[in-house]
Design a protein. Structure first.
Length: 94
């Protein structure tokens, strides 16, 4: 399980936008997605959706989308560096 939990509702356009964006960039694997429409126990700190719970911090609204943009940039940058290192390794073989 991920240490990042996103609480969403399929009835919420912002939740859908968030999930589509994460899916499009293959970032869903970094999050546990909890649909409050089908769970029987919603934590009391979830006042709105989407809400992120990570390292004891609750983030929602524009702050959540800012977090996600920063997170995506970090992951994509790390992936590019890893790919570059793998390509450099290939050239050392020859």
């Amino acid at each position: 399980m991920s240490e990042r939990k996103i609480f969403i509702s399929k009835r919420c356009d912002h939740s859908i936008r968030l999930i589509v964006g994460l899916s499009k960039h293959d970032l869903l694997k970094y999050f546990d997605v909890i649909n409050i429409d089908i769970t029987s126990s919603v934590p009391p700190f979830v006042k709105t959706v989407p809400t992120l719970f990570h390292n004891g911090t609750i983030t929602s609204g524009e702050g959540l989308f800012d977090y996600m943009n920063d997170f995506a940039k970090k992951i994509m940058s790390a992936n590019e560096k890893k790919e570059d290192n793998q390509l450099k390794g290939l050239f050392l073989i020859f």
